[in-house]
Design a protein around this ligand. Structure first.
Ligand code: ASP
Ligand code: MG
Length: 407
């Protein structure tokens, strides 16, 4: 007998029919002799609707009251799902964060999990009940409800799998798993059978939004056996784990694109120690996340630094830097928010030279200019014009996956 955590996303529980379908998956797993803990998202677009509603009532509503509202969504779906399973004649109980003791820090809207009391959960499992738990929510030290950030139910599920030492954590969604590129946009994109935690983290950060980032970090930290699969098709999904078998020909697992970025360039900075420190500590103090950084070789007493940030931070950055133009001593800021980042990810790059060059070759052959490059052990990212981004993903994907691949 195994303990299995199953998480179902909003589209998987969108209406009665979908909930009945999910209830069948859950009870089949239970009937096969497993303990089952289920984590649900809010039905369909419920969370979006609640957010829209809050905006209407007060565009500046406090995060505490927002959380108070948003947690309704998950509460609704667990109760309804439990009712359906009751109706099928199985022992079942729905529980929310408060009842389980799912403790977080006090940050409303983006809370981090601190501790989960497993006592109640364990007692319900011991009495052979199927447990249906509200994803996305916790309680803080003031006994207020908190939420874990959009998409946070994945993280709730992995956290439960970790504390309960579950044998498996299955994340059911509306796609068959993780793909080598966005299957809706890229010709020849295919499902990946196995991917490492690190690759998955990179893919998630790069905008392949199948899993909540923090859920992958947590799965890696606690070595949770993770599977992403479709609640619609019943096909085998993608397994996410520490090490995967070395794949034949492709050293690359996937190609991802991020359009939500802007590049800022500081021109004519003083060529002296401490300049980079001053610039980036200023941004860090203001919670701006900086991604790719490029510093030019100084010319005499001047140098340039360019870097990318999330597009929504562009104005803030410009303002912060402009205010300190004198003390930082630069001549000009230039901003380009019509760029995109295209990246290849693959644990197989380690120790295999030539992967980056193959990517650059594909872009060159397509006449696509590269603005900036950054690399890590398992990733190569380039900045290209936004207008070229989709074509760039396609030609790079063709380069690595046309004739061979992982599946
Ligand atoms: N319902 C929440 C959201 O839409 C949490 C989740 O679905 O994971 O963000
Ligand atoms: Mg999700």
């Amino acid at each position: 007998m195994a303990l299995i955590v199953q998480k179902f996303g909003g589209s998987s529980v969108a209406n009665l029919e979908r909930v009945q379908h999910v209830a069948k998956i859950i009870t089949d797993t239970y009937r096969a002799g497993n303990d089952v803990v289920v984590v649900l998202s809010a039905q369909g677009k419920t969370t979006d609707h609640l957010i829209a509603m809050a905006k209407e009532y007060n565009p500046r509503a406090s995060k505490r009251e927002l959380d108070q509202l948003l947690t309704i969504g998950e509460q609704q779906s667990v109760a309804l799902c439990a009712m359906v399973i009751e109706g099928m004649g199985y022992p079942v109980i729905s529980l929310n964060a408060w009842q389980v003791g799912f403790k977080t820090n006090r940050v409303y809207g983006d809370a981090r999990i601190k501790r989960i009391d497993t006592e109640r959960l364990q007692a319900e499992l011991d009495s052979h009940k199927i447990v249906i738990f509200t994803g996305f929510q916790g309680i803080n030290r003031y006994d207020d409800v908190t939420t874990l950030g959009r998409g946070g139910s994945d993280t709730s599920a992995v956290a439960l799998a970790a504390v309960l030492h579950a044998d498996k954590c299955q994340i059911f969604t509306d796609v068959d798993g993780v793909y080598t590129a966005d299957p809706n946009k890229v010709d020849g994109a295919r499902k990946i059978d196995e991917i490492t935690y690190d690759e998955m983290l990179e893919m998630a950060t790069l905008g392949a939004k199948v899993l909540h980032n923090r859920s992958v970090e947590m799965a890696k930290r606690y070595n949770v056996n993770l599977e992403v699969l479709s609640s619609f098709t019943g096909n085998p999904g993608t397994i996410v784990k520490e090490v995967v078998k070395p794949m034949e020909n492709s050293h690359v697992s996937g190609v991802a694109k991020d359009k939500n970025i802007a590049r800022l360039a500081l021109v004519g900075l003083k060529n002296e120690p401490g300049v980079a420190f001053k610039v980036f500590s200023l941004l860090a103090r203001n919670n701006v996340n900086v991604d790719v950084i490029l510093q030019s070789i100084g010319r005499g007493d001047e140098k340039d630094i360019s870097f990318t940030v999330a597009r929504s931070d562009t104005e803030l950055c410009k303002q912060l830097l402009d205010e300190r133009r004198e003390s930082l001593g630069f001549e000009d800021i230039s901003i380009n928010d019509h760029i995109a980042k295209v990246s290849i990810v693959g644990a197989g790059m380690i120790g295999n030279p030539g992967v980056a060059a193959a990517m650059f070759e594909a872009l060159y052959a397509a006449g696509i200019n590269i603005n900036m490059i950054s690399t890590s052990e398992i990733k190569v990212s380039v900045l290209v014009d936004e207008a070229d981004a989709d074509r760039a993903v396609q030609v790079v994907h063709d380069k690595f996956f046309r004739d061979f691949g992982r599946s």
